[in-house]
Design a protein around this ligand. Sequence first.
Ligand SMILES: [Zn+2]
Ligand SMILES: [Zn+2]
Length: 258
Amino acid sequence: MSEHVCPGRCNARPRRQVEEHARAVTAWQKAMAEWIAADPTTRGAEPDRPAEPTLRWTAGTPLWCLNDSAAIRAALTDLDEQMTLRLLAADGHGSLNLEERVSGSVEPPSPSPAHDQLDELVRWLRDWERAYRDTQGWPPAPYRGESAPALTSCVAWLAAHLDGLLAHPDLSVAFGSGVLSWHAEISAAAKTKRRRIAMQMRCPQCHLATLSKLDGEDRIECHNRDCGANRGGPAVLTLDEYAGLAEGALIASGRGAS
Ligand SMILES: [Zn+2]
Ligand SMILES: [Zn+2]
């Protein structure tokens, strides 16, 4: 096709079809070699060459398609929050209010993998800002501070120039793919490193002591796989619902305030 093929997730299926077809052709060539070498009086039918797959590629507008451009924008603007969660998860202050942390005073960087990752991400984003400024003949970026404030500031600048970046033939594909993989990496680290806290109250659905929540999250989930089998799955409670549950139990036991 004459248009540019989007390098994003939208083309996962045709890319897989191309790989599968290549594997099928290799297998067919091997079968053909065996067939040719076999005794013509006893060999079976000639192996069929695998049919060419019908490929439906999505074109970019101009490089990434609209869906993947939107995914890159969402990932870029979410980097800030995911990095904050990642730092919270790493330093064990999971219960700290996120808003306080974001707007509060900046702590000096401590030697930790999470802070190293933050510094690496800021360097990576700065390099892209520099590269794009160079292509436009713009002056170098102003000083953007260090650590979390630098991340916020870099992300804001890149988000404001994202359309231009994603339309730039030399920068678009590497920048877009990089943003997506950074986002996947940081959000995975933010999730896996967070502590799961076991809750005291029993599950209102299955009555087992299987309720827990992730540090810093306000969703309480039941981890009994059989919970709510006839009611659409395991129980999920908000903090308020859980508090109501605990209060109800106190009242039921005669110890609660009326
Ligand atoms: Zn796409
Ligand atoms: Zn349950």
